[in-house]
Design a protein around this ligand. Structure first.
Ligand code: ADP
Ligand code: ZN
Length: 292
């Protein structure tokens, strides 16, 4: 049997494990809820033990130490998921499976998937955001992730409040009311409307508020990184009408100042179907690690 690549998308609510061939085609997957660290990692390792795995890419929820020079490399840091705090996901895997492993954040993995085989495959740079239970972002320039001593935290950006949203307290426990994640993640929609985002009708005022925050994020991203593509994934961005609203507000915020490509192809949803960006990214990162 020829060797395969492994992917672990270690999310806060579920783990998605996959094996793929050297063309990044998925051969098998296993999805299970994120339980306690030992049990959850045991399930992942059991899944991979059915295959001859050459290398693995992990995209993890965070914060996680992704600096190979750090003493805590591989450790989950100040997550609200208390039992995972201080757990070293990389060591746990390496103890059982002695193969090259590349570890990064879940959103960096998704960014890398879109960069390799998705919406940014023709580009040398892109920024990927997920707007779901939380908000996170990953940025790539010439095949490398932006980030220094550790990974970026672009989802907790400071944003200007929408005038109709002045009294909303936000849902970010760390940064209070002006944090993007607190104001625009899926749970913030529910906190305002009492309904999960999926159930909030297109005519609801909350979408203008949501678009205002996401547009600020997109605009600041253009200013800060000038990437060739800005990609928005995650459950909330599945609202078809939202992207148009974001592009319109982006245009207003820019007011003709900086050059931007055609917004219809500049600010877009992921191209890889079925939430598959992170898996493809992990395969590509695993292969890159293998070739090092
Ligand atoms: P996660 O971030 O947990 O990996 P999702 O990206 O699906 O998973 O995000 C879940 C959040 O997004 C929930 O708050 C959910 O209510 C919201 N959500 C999911 N789908 C939609 C949708 N179609 N429209 C609006 N909100 C959505
Ligand atoms: Zn925050």
């Amino acid at each position: 049997m020829s060797k395969l690549l492994g992917s672990i998308e270690a999310g806060g609510t579920k783990f998605v494990c996959a094996v793929g061939n050297m063309n990044f085609e998925v051969q098998d997957t296993a999805v299970f809820p994120t339980g306690n660290p030992e049990e959850t990692m045991a399930k992942a390792i059991e899944f991979f033990s059915n295959y001859e795995i050459a290398a693995i890419g992990i995209g993890s929820f965070g914060p996680v130490d992704v600096n190979p020079n750090s003493e805590k490399y591989g450790e989950i840091l100040a997550t609200p998921k208390l039992e995972w705090r201080g757990f070293n996901i990389l060591k746990a895997l390496k103890k059982q499976l002695d193969v090259p492993v590349f570890l990064t954040t879940d959103v960096n993995s998704s960014a890398f998937g879109e960069y390799t085989k998705g919406a940014a495959q023709e580009d040398n740079s892109c920024v990927y955001y997920t707007v779901g239970t939380g908000i996170g972002g990953g940025a790539i320039q010439n095949g490398e992730f932006i980030g220094g001593f550790t990974h970026t935290e672009m989802g907790h950006a400071y944003v200007k409040r929408h005038p109709l949203d002045a009294d909303f307290k936000g849902v970010c426990p760390s940064h209070g009311a002006d944090c993007l994640e607190g104001l625009a993640s899926g749970p913030s929609l529910q906190a305002r409307t009492g309904l999960r985002g999926e159930k909030v009708g297109e005519e609801h005022d909350v979408w203008a508020i949501e678009a205002y925050y996401i547009a600020q994020l997109a605009f600041n991203t253009r200013l800060n990184f000038a990437p060739e593509r800005i990609i928005f994934g995650g459950g909330v961005m599945q609202q078809d009408h939202l992207m148009e609203k974001v592009r319109a507000i982006f245009k207003e915020l820019n007011n003709g100042y900086v050059d931007v490509p055609n917004l219809d192809t500049y600010i877009i949803n992921p191209a890889i179907p079925g939430n598959g960006s992170a898996t493809i990214g992990n395969f590509a990162l695993a292969l890159r690690e293998l070739k090092k």
